[in-house]
Design a protein around this ligand. Sequence first.
Ligand code: ZN
Length: 398
Amino acid sequence: MSRYRLQPSPGQERALLEHCAHARFVWNLAVEQHAHWKAGRVSAPGFAEHCRQLTEARAAFEWLRAGSIIVQQQALKDFAQAMANFFGKTHRRPTWRRRGRDEGFRIVAVKTSEVRRLSRRVGELRVPKIGWVRFRWSRAVPEGVKSYRVTRDALGRWHVAFAVIPDPIPAPGTGAVVGVDRGVTVAAALSTGELLTVPALREAEQTRLRRLRRKLAKAKRGSNRRGRVKQAIARLRARESDRRKDWVEKTSTDLARRFDVIAVEDLKIAAMTRSAKGSMQELGRNVRQKAGLNRGILANGWGALVKRLEQKAPSRVRKVNPRYTSQTCNGCGHRAAESRESQSRFRCVACGWRDNADVNAAKNVRDTAAGHAVAARGGLPLGEPANREPQRDLLLVE
Ligand SMILES: [Zn+2]
């Protein structure tokens, strides 16, 4: 990850803290509004409404008005994205940000001229309302920086992380279509039969993480020992997240190079079907139980993978309704929940076709994208959710 140590002057540090406080304030306000919202009431405010409220709040509070509207608006955009991720089942619900622990803000639409190198080891970037802030040029800054996030860790150190939107990768031009299914027993299954797993922490690292967690529970609050244990845990977590990001980059590049069209399930529709009561809920529970090492990708890697695919293969990604893709036989089109013998095995009750369950689903995703409506082909509506609740939530964030 391209993270660099920021070196603000004391004056700049105060201004950066203000930016953080504003971003946190705006974020928490949005969290609170969504917490009070209950099913049946008028919808909780979306991004546009939040922006209108921000304008009002800025008019009312001198403190907020003095800050950067860019920082404040971006915090709202990040919140809207966080809610979309939550409804898409790729992330947890956004939570309250605490002072001193979740300090940070994001700046987007960064121009090339706003990041520059001063000397071999020193660079600087332009922060709204603050001006040029120096950072340690510890490695090459990637070309085409589009946005950055400034953060302050619990030890008071400042960092900047640059985000780059990757260039599109040319299609192979073979007409090849691939279906990618968010697997239950693996991170992702391809319609080619490939099963992809995300590199997670190794056995020894996991053992170490468990031991550190026990230590942390025993350590006295505020002690040096506790601080050290916390840091060690954070390092392991960072290693895990680096591996996951690396996997997302490699996998998305590989798919964009090999296939003309990449079919994936539509996360919004997936959220709707998966949160519905009935047989799909059963599957959802099993996902949580059995995901094991792949929990990471289910938690936040899948959304990242799809996003990268859309950047590397623009207009070549097809999002399809995932409904019934796991219950429909790719051989004969018969749909029955019983055909899914277990998490990993699919055996059609009608024709006896056998396949890995995730691969069978990936093939259905591929065929749906290619224009064959999987859900419409034969079979009894066994997978019909028994009691579908209105999915109001999905209307909130666009
Ligand atoms: Zn069949």
